[in-house]
Design a protein around this ligand. Structure first.
Ligand SMILES: C[S@@+](CC[C@H](N)C(=O)[O-])C[C@H]1O[C@@H](n2cnc3c(N)ncnc32)[C@H](O)[C@@H]1O
Length: 407
């Protein structure tokens, strides 16, 4: 057994090369961004995934015992599936339900060469998944809060000798990421770049730091007043009121006063920190709200927000990819502030899927309230996927529309 590399050194620098043991024979081109609609040039893996895998193989070559290996937030299986193929047992944790589906479908797609059933453990990103981990592989998230939360969890629960490999595309990386990792690790080193990608290696967990999340903030909601919003690390916008959502709520307030919004129940689609669900529950005390989000952290945040403001009996929170658990033509009202990113990439396919799903679940005559950044021009999309659409508000940045489902 070789002596472990001193902190601050990375195997690419010591050996002068990287090993391709996990990438050489894997059919990356067969992976799809399923269930997201594919688009020209949109692959289900990137150069950062390949660099992470080659870096991992090289750590093994210099004598680091990899096992247990934890992979976090693998989007489409480009990290997990090559490792399984090579016989490496993986514990996989994913915040996103749609990425969970994507990995499952890609595992079926390349099933001939992967036998995940024996080697794959799936779980929530938390203490149990990370317990005793010697190696953690992570595509760098867009949000520094998400990175901070994950780094804290790894430092608290992984093995003292853990090697955390966090990789990304240069264009999406910033020195702040190193600073965030330094809160939880004593050694944080960026490796050599390859194909405009880079891996940051973090070692030496600092234990005993207070958990950075969840956090709460008091925010003033239109027509409701001060409330407490809650957020776990990977929640869109943290515990703040989103400016687009502010315009949406101001506009819905007018509809409540006109008696137009009380439809008994509503779906807050992509609930994030739960602002919309809370607002509906407060303004319409007879209403029951189903709040759904693909992100486990968003769901936990919405639960926290509902509890903090005493509306938990009116708000059911469900983690779901789009609205996969909701029957066709069953709902009178859906409210959405659609996302436009998949990971780091701006992707209109994400909003398109959510709006199409809203169209599927709305009853004839049901309403979709939608707010978006005006430059995205979603109006033709909601007209086509839902039905007749009115613009009900517009400011310098955002547009709010109401569409009526026609079947
Ligand atoms: C722009 S944020 C809006 C959050 C919150 N409603 C607000 O107003 O602050 C969009 C939300 O959609 C969620 N989302 C993205 N893709 C989704 C999917 N496939 N299914 C459900 N939610 C999704 C994201 O996790 C994010 O919380």
């Amino acid at each position: 057994m070789t002596a472990p590399l001193p902190h601050g050194q990375t195997p690419d620098a010591v050996l002068g090369h990287l090993r391709s043991a996990y990438t050489l024979d894997f059919p990356f081109a067969e992976l799809l961004r399923d269930p997201l609609p594919g688009g020209a040039g949109q692959r289900a893996h990137d150069a950062a995934d390949l660099l992470l895998l080659d870096t991992l193989a090289t750590w093994s070559e210099v004598g680091h015992r990899l096992d247990p290996v934890v992979v976090l937030d693998d989007r489409h299986g480009a990290l997990t599936l090559p490792l399984l193929k090579a016989g490496v047992a993986v514990r996989l944790g994913q915040d996103s339900a749609s990425h969970q589906r994507s990995v499952t479908r890609n595992a079926e797609r390349v099933g001939d060469c992967v036998r995940p059933d024996h080697l794959l453990t799936r779980g929530e990103i938390g203490p149990e998944l990370l317990a005793g981990a010697r190696t953690v592989v992570l595509p760098l998230p867009r949000s520094l809060d998400a990175l901070d939360q994950t780094a804290h969890l790894v430092a608290e629960h992984a093995d003292q000798e853990v090697v955390l490999l966090a990789g990304g595309r240069d264009k999406h990386m910033s020195p702040s990421m190193n600073e965030v990792l330094t809160r939880s690790f004593s050694s944080v080193v960026a490796g050599r770049g390859r194909s405009k990608s880079r891996v940051i290696t973090a070692r030496g967990p600092r234990r005993g730091r207070p958990a950075p999340f969840p956090r709460t903030q008091v925010q003033d909601l239109p027509d409701v007043g001060p409330v407490t919003l809650g957020a776990h690390g990977a929640t869109f916008g943290g515990a703040r009121l989103d400016p687009g959502t502010r315009l949406l709520l101001q506009t819905m307030a007018t509809a409540v006063e006109a008696g137009e919004l009380n439809r008994g129940r509503a779906i807050d689609l992509g609930c994030g920190n739960g602002t919309v669900a809370l607002w509906l529950a407060r303004r319409l005390p007879g209403m029951s709200v189903l709040a759904t989000d693909q992100s486990a952290d968003a769901c936990r945040s919405t639960e926290l927000t509902a509890r903090q403001n005493g509306v938990q009996d009116q708000v059911e929170v469900r983690r779901d990819d789009a609205l996969s658990t909701v029957p066709d033509a069953s709902e009178p009202l859906v409210v959405v502030n659609p996302p436009f990113h998949d990971g780091n990439a701006v992707d209109p396919g994400v909003a398109h899927r959510l709006i199409a799903e809203a169209g599927r679940v709305l009853q004839d005559g049901g309403h979709l309230w939608c707010v978006w950044n005006s430059h995205l021009r979603y109006r033709p999309l909601v007209e086509r996927l839902i039905g007749p659409t009115h613009q009900v508000a517009r400011d310098r940045q955002f547009t709010v529309t109401v569409s009526t489902r026609r079947r």
